[in-house]
Design a protein around this ligand. Structure first.
Ligand code: 6PG
Length: 271
């Protein structure tokens, strides 16, 4: 299945965050006008969190019915709930505490002081996803899938990008990127600290309608180049990210430095 891949460049980190925020507000508005609610999967990382801060600072945020937005996380660190390392805590400080989000629609991965161990945290998120998927499936008269899905509809799934081309907490050559058949995986020995994490799998990520990969800085240029060159996802996890309808690479100039010229000329291309 070919999917649309679009690359958009931005002159700076701040413009990238502000533009991604504006795009996300608009996308949520469009989806809400069609379906009454919208679902976004948030990411940790500098650009992901800066995007949430930019939303919180945008007057346009007031147009979104935040009480009808379902929030999920692509990954989180398996540390104490009040740890500054938690993506959920950073997202709350940046945005969720500043909008009328419905707590019942904010789905957080369990912290290390809330469940017995990493496996329990992965199982808990799997159950949260399954419950939401079941609710949608039962209420959807035109349910496309004959079998009950394991994850709900993700309208937009945000991904940061590591210098090693990791996405969420799926790192090159490690067990997480190789995991199939389940939507959530526990990650140990993460090369990016902290070592223990919970992550959506590539299958769950690729169930999203739109995947937006956000990256800034020269240290991401090689990962972007490899990610767009169609490398093997086990070696280059970002290369495996494909939204069902669209995959957007939202980059600053430095992160785009190694994107082949012919790709940049074609604003949108399919593979
Ligand atoms: C995490 C993130 C991770 C992050 C990338 C990019 O929990 O660490 O989900 O995937 O998005 O590592 O992070 P930076 O933008 O801070 O480099």
């Amino acid at each position: 299945m070919t999917r649309n891949v679009r690359i958009t460049l931005h002159p700076s980190f701040d413009v990238l965050a502000a533009t991604t925020a504006a795009r996300l507000i608009t996308r949520l508005l469009d989806v809400q006008s069609e379906r009454g609610e919208a679902t976004v999967v948030l990411t940790g990382g500098s650009v992901g969190i800066a995007t949430l801060t930019a939303i919180a600072q945008s007057p346009a945020r007031l147009a979104v019915d935040w009480a009808k937005v379902n929030f999920w996380f692509g990954d989180d660190r398996f540390v104490a709930a009040d740890s500054p390392d938690r993506n959920a805590g950073q997202a709350a400080a940046a945005l969720l505490d500043h909008i009328d989000a419905d707590p019942a629609r904010v789905h957080v991965m369990a912290a290390s002081d809330q469940v017995a161990d990493l496996a329990a945290a992965a199982a808990d998120y799997t159950a949260q996803l399954a419950a939401a998927a079941r609710l949608e499936w039962e209420n959807d008269d035109d349910a496309a899938s004959a079998t009950e899905p394991t994850v709900p509809r993700f309208d937009v799934l945000l991904l940061g990008l590591g210098p090693d081309a990791h996405i969420a907490s799926l790192f090159p050559e490690m067990a997480g990127i190789r995991t199939a058949g389940v939507p959530v995986v526990g990650v140990v020995n993460s090369p990016k600290p902290p070592p223990l994490r919970v992550s959506l799998t590539l299958e769950a990520i690729n169930s999203a309608q739109e995947i937006w990969i956000v990256a800034a800085g020269a240290d991401k240029a090689a990962a972007v180049g490899l990610g767009l060159a169609g490398a093997n996802p086990v070696q280059v996890p970002a290369s495996g990210a494909r939204g069902l309808a669209k995959t957007l690479w939202l980059l600053d100039q430095d992160a785009a430095a190694k994107v082949p010229e012919q790709l940049m000329r074609r604003e949108q291309y399919s593979r």
